[in-house]
Ligand binder design. Structure first.
Ligand code: NDP
Ligand code: OXD
Length: 307
């Protein structure tokens, strides 16, 4: 009765220590030290290499270390019928909301700009940017919390999702037909969608043309939401004024990528809302115990929706 951790770009040893500190934790192994594959009942995944999941005949639970599950659902070796769970937690939602608010404030108040002027000993006071209208694409756990924080800070928020929402002071748009209208007046467009076939490259030329001229993009969803060439083109044509990108098609972002040196692109290295290792360990162990007891799981993903 064993849990196997398969991580890329996260510290498996440290996470194992958090898991085994919890009461009732079974044997925990770290890929590639699998031992007998038939021991493995649960795998915990973060950016695993594709094709590994078919080799565990007794696999009963696949747990994502993060909120996003595209890496798992796109993996063709995922065995049929094995439930997939993801991380949902207030820590994740609160961090994301704070990050988005900070990104908007940094842009409106020119904070980074003044730091650059400081480097050249330039004293050049300016004004805050005026626009406070925000559209959030993706109104799930993170989008909802972000919208709420922004409204309490005086922003006028709209949200776009697949289904209609009823959130105080937030205008709800939903379905493909309402995407364009949801974007029209926004000074800031935030991508908090999951990566699915329907949302891949949703941040493209058509969307940039629909956005208000001079609006600012913040992508904290996934790198493949963005068509990178279309962004460079929209910035060149001054359709939009800039972008903060936290996620990229290839991570780490390659050294020679044009985004690194682009004056209108602000890069952060996928840090807008890191997984809380203690909370995710507690949640996954709880699901492991539920799986053993034949009980329903928490935060189970619906593979038919792809998120
Ligand atoms: P949820 O599953 O809770 O929410 C997803 C939202 O997107 C829902 O509102 C859903 O609509 C909407 N949506 C999905 N598909 C479509 C579509 N085709 N058209 C319109 N709306 C759609 O996800 P979370 O909020 O927990 O997380 C969102 C994403 O954020 C994660 O998948 C991950 O990629 C990213 N993330 C990034 C982090 C970072 O550090 N950069 C950290 C954590 C997450 P509906 O409500 O109607 O179902
Ligand atoms: C996540 C992430 O999906 O950190 O949790 O990106």
């Amino acid at each position: 009765m064993t849990i196997l951790i398969i991580f890329n770009q996260a510290d498996a040893e440290e996470f194992r220590n958090h898991l085994i500190a919890l009461s009732g934790c079974p044997d925990v192994r770290i890929w590639p030290n699998v031992g007998d594959p038939s021991d493995i009942e649960c795998v915990i995944l973060w950016k695993q290499d594709e094709g590994l999941l078919g080799q565990f005949p007794n696999l009963k639970l696949i747990a994502s270390y993060g909120a996003g599950v595209e890496n798992i659902l796109y993996d063709t070796s995922i065995p049929d019928g094995v439930p997939v769970t993801r991380f949902v937690d207030d820590t994740l939602s609160d961090q994301m909301a704070e990050f988005v608010l900070a990104a908007i404030l940094n842009h409106r108040l020119h904070i980074t700009h003044y730091r650059e002027l400081q480097a050249a000993s330039h004293w050049r006071p300016g004004y805050f940017l005026k626009g406070k209208k925000v559209t959030i694409l993706g109104m799930g756990e993170l989008g909802n919390c972000t919208a709420t924080l922004l409204t309490t800070n005086g922003y006028k928020v709209s949200g776009w999702s697949r289904t209609e929402k009823n959130i105080v002071n937030v205008k709800s748009y939903f379905g493909d037909d309402q995407l364009n209208i949801s974007l029209k007046d926004a000074d800031y467009v935030i991508c908090l969608l999951p990566l699915t076939p329907a949302t891949t490259h949703i941040l493209n030329s058509d969307l940039f043309k629909t956005m208000k001229t001079g609006a600012y993009l913040i992508n904290v969803g996934r790198g493949d939401h963005l068509n990178e060439d279309d962004l460079l083109d929209a910035l060149y044509k001054e359709q939009i004024s800039g972008a903060l990108l936290d996620v990229f098609s290839t991570e780490p972002l390659p050294d020679d990528h044009p985004f690194w040196r682009h004056p209108k692109i602000h890069i952060t290295p996928h840090i807008s809302s890191p997984t809380d290792k203690v909370q995710v360990a507690i949640q996954i162990l709880e699901n492991y115990k539920r799986m053993k007891a034949g009980q329903s799981l928490i935060n189970q993903v619906d593979p038919k929706r792809s998120y």
